[in-house]
Structure formats: structure tokens, C-alpha cells
Design a protein around this ligand. Structure first.
Ligand code: CA
Length: 220
């Protein structure tokens, strides 16, 4: 059974999440402060951690840092208040896999939980993604095009990784924005197009197909 660690000091929220997870076949455990969270997560017996930021004594960011420093790579979804989104983005850079802003609906959280679990299950050892002439090494963060090595910026890497995890599938600008830049990014922004252009310049224009009115795809 999939074990999930809930780190939340507000009893009402902790119990709401626990009940929802139990009802969906998960095995949830609650701790209410930072030190207990670190201790529990370090046992390695949890498949995922749901981590509140505002905790007594030691906040969620510090818990996360401490876990990542001690090489605990369990997926972490952070829970945060909407007014601290800037901090949240910092949290994502600090090793969180995803975040939810409070208040949230349980089904939103459940979707994130399932996504994270699937991702960590399906790719524990995969370090190389490929489609056709393209390959991406997840450890060195370098791409190869027909044997030629290409250096990528952090965002270009995330974008190419997203494409290669969904070969042949059309990804909308909104999906790409949400995955690579986060949900609070301005949906009217043309940043996706800018980065697709940058990738095409580096990889060769024909690898990424524009699907008119829908988005972009690789391997079609
Ligand atoms: Ca709290």
C-alpha cells in the first residue's frame, strides 16, 4: 500500500487530507512539526510527502532542505498560502516536486499526488529519454541530436524533458506553461513560443512540430 506522510500542524486540514487519501486507497500518516517530519521521512518508508510550509519550530522549507541534503529523494508536494507564492517558487527550486495553494479542493491534491507517484514509479532508473534522433540525458542535462551534443539552459531542459516524456502527444501552451513555469504564470505570455524557438535553433527546426490551434509535439 502506498504510504503518504502528511506534515501539517492544522488538525482540520491534516484530517481532511488523511480521510481523502484513505478513501482513495492510500495509507496516510500525520505528523505536525518539522523535526518529526524529518525523522519520519528519513526512514525511507514513505512514497510521498505532503508538506505544509507554516509549521511550528521549523518551517517546511527548512524540512525540505534538510531532507534533500540527506539524500532523501521522496517526492514532496508543498502546501502553501496563496500570499506566499514567491516563497513557493523558491521552494520548488529547493527540491519540491509540486505545490498546492491553500485553500484547495481534495481532488486537485489527489491529481497531483497520483501524478507524482506515477512519475517516480515509472522512471526510477531511466536516465535517458529519446525520440527519433533526439536523446536527453537526465543526469548530465545534455541533449544529443543524431550524436551531436547540445547544451541546454535549465528551462530548455525542462521543456525538452516534458516533450520527450510525451512523445507523439500534442502539448498545449497551457500544459507546457503549467509544467515548466508553474500554474501562476500569466497564460497570455508568449514565453512557451520563445522557448520552443530556442530549442528549435539548438536541435534543428523539424524535431518540434507546431500543431495549429493546439500546441506543440515531438516525434510526430
Ligand atoms: Ca500550518
Amino acid at each position: 500500500m502506498t504510504r503518504i506522510l502528511i506534515v501539517e500542524d492544522e488538525e482540520r486540514i491534516a484530517s481532511f487530507v488523511r480521510k481523502g487519501l484513505s478513501a482513495n486507497g492510500f495509507d496516510p500518516h500525520i505528523v505536525a512539526d518539522g523535526p518529526s517530519a524529518i525523522q519520519a521521512a528519513r526512514t525511507g518508508s514513505f512514497d510521498l510527502v505532503i508538506l505544509d510550509i507554516g509549521l511550528p519550530g521549523q518551517d517546511g522549507f527548512s524540512v525540505l532542505r534538510s531532507l534533500r541534503e540527506s539524500r532523501v529523494d521522496t517526492p514532496v508536494i508543498i502546501l502553501t498560502a496563496r500570499d506566499s507564492l514567491t516563497d513557493t517558487v523558491a521552494g520548488l527550486e529547493g527540491g519540491a516536486d509540486d505545490y498546492m495553494t491553500k485553500p484547495f479542493r481534495f481532488d486537485e491534491l489527489l491529481a497531483r499526488v497520483r501524478l507524482r507517484l506515477r512519475r517516480s514509479e515509472s522512471t526510477p532508473e531511466a536516465t535517458l529519454l529519446s525520440a527519433g534522433e533526439l536523446a536527453l540525458d537526465l543526469r548530465t542535462r545534455r541533449a544529443q541530436v543524431a550524436g551531436r551534443t547540445v547544451d541546454l539552459t535549465a528551462r530548455e531542459f525542462m521543456l525538452l524533458e516534458l516533450f520527450l516524456r510525451h512523445p507523439g502527444q500534442v502539448l498545449s501552451r497551457e500544459q507546457i506553461l503549467a509544467h515548466v513555469w508553474g500554474y501562476d504564470f500569466d497564460p497570455g505570455s508568449n514565453i512557451v513560443d520563445v522557448y520552443v524557438r530556442a530549442l528549435r535553433r539548438k536541435l534543428g527546426a523539424h524535431h518540434i512540430t507546431t500543431v495549429r490551434g493546439m500546441g506543440y509535439a515531438i516525434g510526430r
